[in-house]
Write a protein of this length. Structure first.
Length: 255
């Protein structure tokens, strides 16, 4: 190559925005960020943005070829397994290098009462044994999984309003992080929360609820994240991603 490759960032996360900003400040690097379009008012990264899906692996493959993408960084949410699978297939067929950028997951500490589950349905099945008043922070698309638990009361927090089917006894709180421990304590006490449900998203933006649950002595049901494909290189920080991209550029002969 005689020029640095065009970088596609599959984004929607804070790490994706920070990576786009870092690359935009480096001369000669051309960056486009892709957002799935599932949030009505997303936080946009700097630079060029593609909004909306690609139509699966085949659509992404065609898009990579049409836009002459030289490298892809999958910095999507840790639970965006379908997008990651499409990225693996499309980049493999296109012969384009792929890096997965995933923030590390949360780790249980002293005083925590965490109940790990493999899926949202498994989390829903566990709830009746833990308490009647449940704080759901698993995203609006997950709420139909809990719709049949008519004996439980739910407080669900999401960025956008959820769509039915929904739990019968539900209060929806529209809000976006980051949150504070003081605010989470106040919220949980106000609603007399007995159980917290979340996904292992990792990162600092929403950890306050975990600290609040620890202080209140509440059980926390946590859905394990899917593991990234073992054959694809993966890093946990923006700095590591930048180092990987620089090494790739040098190895390809880019300026």
């Amino acid at each position: 190559m005689t020029e640095r490759p065009r970088v596609l960032i599959l984004g929607g996360t804070d790490e994706a925005r920070r990576l786009a900003a870092a690359l935009a400040g480096r001369g000669g690097i051309r960056v486009v960020s892709s957002l799935a379009g599932r949030v009505r008012d997303p936080r946009l990264p700097v630079g060029e943005v593609h909004t909306g899906g690609f139509g699966g692996a085949a659509g992404l493959l065609a898009w990579l070829r049409e836009r002459r993408i030289g490298v892809v960084v999958d910095a999507t949410h840790p639970f965006a397994a379908r997008m990651t699978a499409s990225a693996v297939e499309a980049t493999g067929r296109a012969g384009v290098p792929l890096l997965i950028l995933r923030r590390p997951g949360w780790r249980e500490g002293p005083g925590d009462d965490w109940r790990w589950t493999p899926s949202l349905p498994a989390a829903a099945a566990l709830l009746p044994s833990l308490g009647r008043r449940v704080f759901l922070t698993t995203g609006r698309r997950s709420l139909p999984v809990f719709a049949g638990l008519d004996d439980l009361w739910f407080l669900a927090r999401s960025v956008d309003p959820p769509e039915p089917p929904l739990p019968r006894d539900l209060r929806v709180l529209l809000d976006r992080g980051p949150f504070t421990v003081e605010g989470e304590l106040r919220l949980m006490r106000e609603h007399r929360v007995e159980t917290l449900v979340t996904k292992d998203s990792g990162g600092p933006m929403t950890t306050a609820k975990l600290f609040a649950a620890r202080e209140l002595g509440l059980p926390v049901v946590i859905v394990r994240r899917p593991q990234p494909p073992a054959a694809v290189p993966a890093v946990e920080t923006v700095e590591e991603a930048l180092t990987w991209l620089e090494a790739l550029t040098r190895g390809s002969g880019g300026g």
